[in-house]
Design a protein. Structure first.
Length: 527
């Protein structure tokens, strides 16, 4: 069924389930994730709405996409539709317990089970491979309460399926209590019927039908109303598995390699380091266009894994990747982390991917650090400018147009402020991040220790690792207290006496001025 781009209609949840008949959770969607508190809050909201006589109760958007085989792909709303299905299952169970078999069958046929032409029956909700068997058991099979409770407490069952069974048992208990109401009897079938009608007609959702997964991503980017929008990485997974279902194991390895890295950030890093700057909303469209076939998505997986491993190494000094490189490269990256700027990561990944000469990599890293310090950290230059310059560098590296440090420097020219400008902005710079303050102080000390020659990254790192930042005793409201010279380094194993920390404002101004004189030599733009 074709739609323009987005087509929205309001339904009662039961009406939606009945009319659309069959929903499938795509492989990229996370498994069932509502814990007891989430389920209880949802059920309590329904009960309160009914008790208050609310004509309707709205529970948000459901995003679906028609498939060619008559299923509706559930792109957003799995947790809510699954839980409502479990409430219907609890209602059917209650009706069966009270001898109302015809009503129980009606509930099953309208909301829980569906029969395709040819005699094949299934649940109307088809969850992912992890959840479907447990959902089938909890929602469609006549499992006694005692058995379901034992299943919930089975010690070896963990994660999503445990949550799913617990939600099913909780929904059964809630339906029983709701049907009983305030009476002392076993239940009131009229209340059960009221609940069924409420779920069918008055528990409202807006179902948004999209024509493609790209349109879905655009919609989530625009709305993002609950902070759990479908990520581009989810869509990439769906694209890969739709072309090659056997890639599931490799995909899981990629997810493990990413760890806690933000998926959106990773995909932007991936694209930028290989092809240049892109808007986040365009990433999936670009990937789908560049990797359209089964062979292409396998190449994509290889490239994603390569970049995920390199990205992980940028945060881990002990990563195996560093056995391939000399220490200076690892030390330079350690120092860039101290600057607390992440925009350099695509450039470094592109450098390590495209350049084999370690001396060229080391020289480019020194130039990159200089550009970050001069333009971004000290110069407070615009982030957008940095992103564009770094994106062009990544494109040039990927296209083989950067082979020597001089090529790299020419691409960085827009960020390499003059020595005079850099010295003046350094002297007036106010820094609030202690990691940066420590880096500047360590670099200045290493410069003085090396007879006023540009210090080696290893020497700066050694000083950083052996010392901590200490703030001198100057009144906080004095202008000198905000200068870089107001801080000093103290060995981590000792504490300086307070008298040694004391500095007059004039001494701080003088020390800051001297550091500013050193700065153009420390962060120089020489190849």
């Amino acid at each position: 069924m074709a739609v323009s781009q987005f087509e929205a209609k309001t339904f009662g949840v039961g009406e939606l389930i009945t009319q659309r008949k069959l929903f499938r959770v795509p492989p990229h969607q996370r498994s069932y994730a509502w814990d007891k508190e989430s389920v209880d809050a949802f059920l309590q909201d329904i009960e309160t709405a009914i008790s208050n006589g609310a004509s309707d109760y709205f529970i948000g958007l459901i995003v679906i996409q028609a498939s060619e085989i008559g299923e509706w792909i559930l792109l957003d709303g799995q947790q809510r539709l699954t839980t409502v299905s479990l409430v219907f299952a609890g209602l059917r169970h209650w009706l069966l317990q009270h001898g109302l078999e015809a009503d129980a069958t009606q509930i099953h046929n309208e909301y829980l089970g569906v029969r395709r032409l040819g005699g094949t029956s299934s649940s109307r909700m088809l969850l992912n491979t992890e959840n479907q068997a447990y959902f089938q058991r909890a929602a469609l099979e006549p499992v006694p309460d005692e058995r379901l409770k034992l299943d919930c407490n089975y010690s070896e069952l963990a994660g999503s399926n445990k949550l799913l069974l617990q939600a099913a048992f909780r929904c059964r208990s809630w339906v029983r209590d709701f049907a009983r109401g305030d009476s002392d009897g076993v239940g009131d079938q009229s209340r059960a019927y009221d609940l069924a009608r409420f779920l069918d007609q008055r528990l409202k959702v807006v179902a948004v039908e999209v024509s493609s997964d790209v349109d879905a991503y655009v919609l989530f980017e625009s709305l993002n109303d609950r902070g759990v929008a479908l990520s581009a990485l989810d869509l990439v997974k769906n694209h890969i598995l739709s072309r090659d279902p056997a890639a599931e194991i490799r995909w899981q390895a990629l997810v493990e390699a990413l760890g806690d890295e933000n998926p959106e950030d990773f995909l932007k890093i991936f694209w930028t380091n290989r092809r240049g700057v892109i808007q986040k909303s365009q990433i999936f469209k670009g990937i789908k266009s560049h990797y359209p076939t089964a062979d292409a998505v396998n190449r994509l997986l290889t490239e994603l894994m390569q970049d995920a491993n390199t990205l992980s190494a940028l945060q881990d000094d002990d990563h195996p990747i560093w056995t391939r490189y000399r220490d200076e490269i690892r030390d330079s990256i350690f120092l860039m982390r101290a600057l607390e700027s992440k925009q350099w990561r695509p450039v470094v990944i592109a450098l390590l991917r495209t350049i084999t000469d370690e001396s060229v990599i080391a020289a480019c890293l020194r130039l990159l650090t200089t550009a970050i310090v001069r333009f971004q950290v000290i110069g407070k230059g615009r982030t957008g400018v940095v992103e564009k310059v770094f994106g062009r560098i990544c494109q040039s590296l990927s296209n083989g147009r950067i082979n020597i440090p001089l090529d790299f420097k020419e691409h960085l020219a827009e960020l390499l402020t003059t020595d005079e400008q850099f010295r003046n902005t350094f002297e007036s710079h106010e820094e609030k991040k202690f990691s940066r303050i420590a880096y500047f102080l360590a670099a200045d000390r290493a410069f003085e220790s090396s007879s006023n020659t540009p210090p080696h990254p290893r020497e700066i790192r050694k000083i950083l690792e052996r010392n901590r930042v200490v703030n001198n005793s100057v009144p906080a409201d004095h202008i000198a207290a905000k200068m870089l010279g107001a801080f000093t380094l103290s060995p981590t194993a000792t504490a300086l006496p307070r008298t040694e920390l004391s500095s007059t404002p004039d001494e701080i101004v003088e020390r800051t001025s001297l550091m500013a004189d050193h700065a153009p030599q420390i962060w120089n733009a020489e190849c």
